[in-house]
Structures are given as C-alpha cells and as structure tokens.
Design a protein around this ligand. Sequence first.
Ligand code: ZN
Length: 409
Amino acid sequence: MADTIIKIDLSSSPYENEQVHNRWHPDIPMAAMVKPGDDFIVECHDWTGGQIHNDDSAADVRDVDLTQVHFLSGPVGVEGAEPGDLLVVDILDIGTFEESQWGFNGFFSKRNGGGFLTEHFPEAQKSIWEFNGMFTKSRHIPGVEFAGMIHPGLIGCLPSQAMLEEWNLREKALYDSEPERVPALATLPYAGTAHMGKLSGEAKARAAAEGARTVPPREHGGNCDIKDLSRGAKIYFPVYVKGAGLSVGDLHFSQGDGEITFCGAIEMAGWIHLRVNLIKDGMAKYAIKNPIFKPSPITPKYDDYLIFEGISVDEQGEQHYLDVHVAYRQAVLNAIEYLKKFGYSGAQAYSLLGCAPVQGHISGVVDIPNACATLWLPTDIFEFDVKPNADGPEPMVQAGVDLPLAKDE
Ligand code: ZN
C-alpha cells in the first residue's frame, strides 16, 4: 500500500494542520515532496472543514462561514518539476473513511452564498446521504439510489506570482462593477480566515492578504467540479512554479453536471490515491493553457435517460441572446416541475439534480437568439418508473418527508 503523505484528523480543526491550506499563493511551502513515478495517498477534509453535520437541521448550511473554504490538502511538491512542464496525475483510487460513511448536499441562503436557483430557493436547505459501499441513498429524498462517481471537486497546482496578480486584477474589476450585489460577483482575497499551510508570521500575513480564494476554476484547474474527473482519470496540469505544488480537496461521492446546488455535490471527507509524472516542457509541446484529462475506464453504467430541454428565454419570458446559463436553468426548472408530479417537493428535486449522475449538455449555441441546453436525467436511479405514459404520473414518494429548512431571521 502506498504511503499516506498527508493525514488529517476529523475531530480537530483544519487550521491546526500545516499540510492543509485554503488559499492559492506561490509562497505556500510544500507540505510534502515526492518524485516523478511515485504514488501516494492524501487525506482530505470535506470542503467546509467539518462545518456541516449529519443531522436534520439546515441551520449549519445557513450559518456556514464561506470565507473559510475550501480546505485543501497539499501542496505536494514534485522533484524536478519546472514552470512550463505538464504534471501528469493519475487518480488511482478515492475512498471514504470508515468513521464517516455519509455526505451532504444543500443550497445556501440567498444572503450567504446563494446558488444556481437561489431566486427560487432562497432559504438554506440540506440533504444527508448515507454510503453503502459504492451506492448512496438519502433519508431526505426517498425513492432513489445510485452508484457514486467519486471524484475531487478541486485539484490543481500553485499559480506563479504573475498569474496570481492577474487573477486578482480581473476578478476585482468584475466585483467592482456591482459591489453591492447579493450574492457577490466574485470572491476577493480575505486575510481574516486564510490558512496558508506552513507559513507563519509576516510571510503568512503578506501572502494571506493577496492569496486567491479557491471558489472559481482557473487556468490551473482548481475548483472545476467536473464529475467525470473520477477515479481512474488521468489529468495533465500546467506547472507554474518550481515543484508544481499539487493540492486537492472538495471530494464528492457523486455530483450532477453543473453542481447546481453549490453546497454542493454529495460532499464528503475521504482519501485520494494519486500517481504523478512529468512531461518536460509539455505546455509548449501541446499548447496547453488549461488542464486536459482522460476519463476513467470505469464509470457507473446509466444508459437510459429522460432529457429535458431548455432555451435562453427566462422565467419572466424575457428573450436572452444565446445565454447557456439561462438555457440550462430552464432545463433544470423543467426537470424539477416534472419530478414534482411524482410527489417530490421542489427542494427535493433540486437537491437530487445536484447529487445524482445527471448530465448537462450545451446542445446548441448558433441558432439565434436561443441557446439550447439539455439536462439528462438517468431513469435507472429511481425505484419507480419515471417515464411518461398514457395513465399519467402516480405519486410514488410518500408525503411528509422533505428537506430540513432553515429560514433567515
Ligand atoms: Zn464540492
């Protein structure tokens, strides 16, 4: 068995672990060193560092401190890695901890984080998912069970100083275009809750003041939330600093395309088994700007879907020009209304679409003025027949069970 080079303790704060950090900065010291060809195991907190509990209240989701996220394990330094190389990362396996056989999904309050459908679901709600080997079920969403397509929501290498400054500049400009907006247009550096790994004193204060938040995906990968980056995938990361500095976290037991609920997929603590190799000068050789990857040879086999279409005309009937965000939102809302006919609440349907191995496709972007997006709902995850038929839908889900809700005061 490979060495575990980063260990975590679920019963203590991630701030006490020097091999964990929650900002991107080139000065964060390597938490551990490996050589090309090595394989090793890294343990990870859930993305919130234990703020969300396995209970039937959404108060923790409502009150979450989002300036703390994401807690990442790393950075792992790779001997011989230089800017311009490609870091080749094989995800050999991912697993759960024996003492933590559960995960969470939820949507944030509109006043604290929001989400894709925050105008429709402005209050905090959550669902808890129990793991049974490779399968998962929720006591809050009856009638479904599915296999986990387990993956890291967040993985990437440290940025260079120049790249970090470019990120901060462009994101601040966007934020400043509407600074009062709720939820905000971007998450800016915030030293108050920054955890900079082994850095301390003045060096820590300097880096914390400009360290990039971990929320958006960027050129280095980062928080891409791609469900197909699952165990068995091979990823090619651009390297920007000496040693590469690979960090990983935000493990998901399962997620639908888009991670529409934002809090988030089925979020979990766990471990990931990785192998690293280098392609010297690979960025120029292959014209790599953003990571590329090969999917796993093993994925859950769902091959029958109900596919919901959406176009770029919003809920108020307003016409948008080729806007895939609006179009995907309509596809999601159409799927939610459909699922309500089987007895689900809107919140249950929304949560399910964030958790299950739902596919999202950008189907058309040239047929002016409407973009077309599609949401692919796997039919075999349901314990009942979810397809339309001449007799009409039968409510299959018992009434009285819904997601725990926490209202803003
Ligand atoms: Zn996540």
